[in-house]
Every structure is written in structure tokens, then in C-alpha cells.
Design a protein around this ligand. Structure first.
Ligand code: 5GP
Length: 296
């Protein structure tokens, strides 16, 4: 019993270390955006990330072009903000006071910014749907609902998990040009409806498409500004064990799954970013941070 705790605390330390590194990276990235005028202090106040909430108000103000030490002091005095205050601790009265500072209201308002189109792909069994579920409650991201001709699985709801269509309905959508992309996968067709994606991006939301690789390649062509993210397993062995864990598969089905996964892994280098799925919260945080830093 006494031999376990040291190992556990080491793991926890490692996790905390990773988190701290991630947070530092997010803060540095945000300050860089402040410096080149792509973000302002109001973006910092609205940012849901802990890492940004922990930034000192002084640090944020000093990163803004044209705001030197003297101006920072004067602004903070006028807004009645103490020098040690962090962004997350700013009250609404103080935000309002900051709004009255002309020099701070220089960049576009949030609604005028387009969201980032995120394409997430990766081999079967890597945990893409868990990552999607993790992001579902985040108000900055809208998760696209695909259309498919495959049968619903137990527990799946039409209009929530997918739009379940028959072949004729799917054909009709293709003919009307309603899809941003569509592809054949495992004997069924899958497609991303175009209009809702466009609408969500226009109101400043990031949009997540969880799609297979042929679809990702099409998005690269029709929307070159999209961010293509490949989710990789910690190791090939780990993926094999996840894929073979489903004991219900026949040996043939299992072999087919592994062959497909191998093919999918080979496409990783075509993507803009590769994220190793070590921990779902971490992957979700990295995705969100990458998307925000690319927001147009
Ligand atoms: P499943 O049938 O297991 O839900 O999904 C099978 C595969 O289809 C997954 O790799 C999933 O990412 C992909 N997929 C789901 N929706 C779409 C889509 O709209 N377009 C494309 N190209 N692939 C999709």
C-alpha cells in the first residue's frame, strides 16, 4: 500500500507540469495577439480559458501597442483597478470604465470576427467522439451535424447525432449542392451540410467537423483557410489494443479495422496539426486555443 503513493504523485506532478506549460503557451500567444492588435483587453475579459483569466491586468495593458507604463497606471487609477488584479477578477463597473478609454477600443468587436473551421480526423478508435463530446458544452464551438445513409445505432437520435437519410434524400442534397463535402465510408455515405457551418462561422463561432480523411481532403480544397487537425494515438500498440478491445468483432472484422487504421495513420502528415490523444481535457483545450489563435 505504501509503495503506490510516490508514483501517483509523480504522475500528478507531470500532469500539472503539462498544464502549466500549456497555460504559459496560451498566455504568450494571447499577448502576442495583443501586441499586433488582433486582440484587445475585452477579448481577454471574455476569454473562457483559465490561463487567460489569470493574466494580470497590468500585463495585458502593457502588451497593447501605444500603452506605456505611465498610461497603464493612469488607466488603472481611472478604472479603480488595483495593480495586482487579474483579468478574471475585473468587475462589470471596471469593464465599463475600460470601455471609456479610447486607446483600448481599437480592434474589431467579437461579432465581426469569423470563427475557425476545424476539421478533426484520425484513425478509428483514437477517441475523436470523446473529444467532440467534451467540446459540446463549450459555447465558443458549434459542432456540425452530418447527414448519413447508415442506419442509426441504438441510442442515436435523428437531428442530434446525425441526420439519417435514405439514398434518394442524400442524392437530392448532393444535386442541390447542399454539402460542403461528402464521402463514402464503410458502405455508407456521410456529408457535411454547408449552410449551418457558414452561418455559425459568420456569428464568430468555431465550427468542428469530425469527419474521415477523404472528407478532410475535400475541405482542404474548398476551404483552404480551415484548420486540419489529426488526432493520433499515444502509440500504435495502444490503438491496436483499443480497436481489439471490442470483443464482439469477428477476426476478419478486426483485421479490416486494423488495416483501415493503418491507412488512416499514414495520412497524418497531410494535416496542419497533429495532437496526440493522451488526455481528453488537454486535447480539447489545445484545439480551442489553436482555433482562437487562427480566428479571422
Ligand atoms: P460512424 O458511422 O462511426 O459514426 O462514422 C464513421 C466515420 O465517418 C467516422 O470516421 C466519422 O468521422 C466519419 N464522418 C462522420 N460524418 C462525416 C461527414 O459528414 N463527412 C465525412 N467525410 N465523414 C464523416
Amino acid at each position: 500500500m505504501s509503495s503506490n503513493p510516490p508514483k501517483l504523485s509523480l504522475d500528478q506532478l507531470k500532469a500539472a507540469g503539462r498544464k502549466a506549460v500549456l497555460a504559459r503557451g496560451e498566455r504568450a500567444q494571447f499577448k502576442a495577439l495583443l501586441r499586433n492588435g488582433e486582440r484587445d483587453i475585452f477579448d481577454a475579459i471574455a476569454d473562457p480559458r483559465d490561463s487567460i483569466a489569470r493574466l494580470k491586468v497590468v500585463e495585458v495593458l502593457e502588451a497593447i501597442p501605444g500603452v506605456g507604463v505611465t498610461k497603464v497606471k493612469a488607466i488603472m487609477e481611472r478604472a479603480d483597478i488595483s495593480l495586482t488584479r487579474r483579468i478574471g477578477g475585473i468587475g462589470s463597473k471596471q469593464t465599463l470604465a475600460l470601455r471609456n478609454e479610447k486607446i483600448l477600443n481599437r480592434v474589431n468587436s467579437k461579432a465581426e470576427k469569423q470563427g475557425t473551421l476545424i476539421v478533426m480526423s484520425g484513425p478509428g478508435g483514437v477517441g475523436k467522439s470523446t473529444i467532440t463530446s467534451e467540446l459540446r458544452s463549450n459555447s465558443h464551438i458549434w459542432i456540425s451535424i452530418s447527414a448519413t445513409t447508415r442506419e442509426p445505432r441504438p441510442g442515436e437520435t435523428n437531428g442530434v447525432d446525425y441526420y439519417f437519410l435514405n439514398d434518394a434524400e442524400f442524392d437530392e442534397m448532393i444535386n442541390r449542392g447542399d454539402f460542403l463535402e461528402w464521402a463514402q465510408f464503410a458502405g455508407a455515405r456521410y456529408g457535411t451540410p454547408k449552410k449551418p457551418v457558414k452561418d455559425a462561422l459568420e456569428i464568430g463561432k468555431h465550427v468542428l467537423l469530425e469527419i474521415e480523411i477523404a472528407g478532410a481532403r475535400q475541405i482542404r480544397k474548398v476551404a483552404p483557410e480551415a484548420m486540419l487537425v489529426f488526432i493520433a494515438p499515444p502509440s500504435w500498440e495502444e490503438l491496436v489494443s483499443r480497436l481489439t478491445a471490442r470483443g464482439t468483432d469477428s477476426p476478419e472484422r478486426r483485421a479490416a479495422r486494423l488495416a483501415l487504421a493503418q491507412e488512416e495513420m499514414a495520412a497524418a502528415s497531410e494535416f496542419d496539426e497533429i495532437i496526440v490523444n493522451t488526455e481528453v481535457h488537454e486535447v480539447a483545450a489545445v484545439l480551442l486555443s489553436l482555433a482562437s489563435s487562427r480566428q479571422l
